[in-house]
Design a protein. Structure first.
Length: 119
């Protein structure tokens, strides 16, 4: 089992920055692929970014590419999402999730953290 806890959400103005953290516990963290997802009111949950076990491979959705950066510190069992140049459309509940490399689905989910971008 893996437990994931997100932190770092909050209220920020357009153009501002936030850094989200996803802290993991419960088993070996370094072998897991980690993803950040978000869900806005009335919309489906969508992937924002993913990072492989070593941090050497990352993926970003088109909507955040160039503005968000995902990184991980396996020594601290933590994955980060640095969000810059925030827009109102980035407002959502952000959740991190983890899966083994061989798994088709993300098996473990955090509770989510609210990010609100105001004009």
């Amino acid at each position: 089992q893996v437990q994931l806890v997100e932190s770092g959400g909050g209220l920020v103005q357009i153009g501002g920055s936030l850094r989200l953290s996803c802290a993991a516990s419960g088993r070996t963290f370094s072998g897991l692929l980690i993803g950040w997802f978000r869900q806005a009111p009335g919309k489906e949950r969508a992937v924002v970014a993913r990072i492989n076990w070593s941090g050497g491979s990352t993926y970003y959705s088109d909507s955040v590419k160039g503005r968000f950066t995902i990184s991980r510190d396996n020594a601290k069992n933590t994955v980060y999402l640095q969000m810059n140049s925030l827009k109102t459309e980035d407002t959502a509940v952000y959740s991190c999730a983890a899966k083994e490399a061989w798994s088709a689905e993300f098996n473990y989910w955090g509770q989510g953290t609210q990010v609100t971008v105001s004009s």
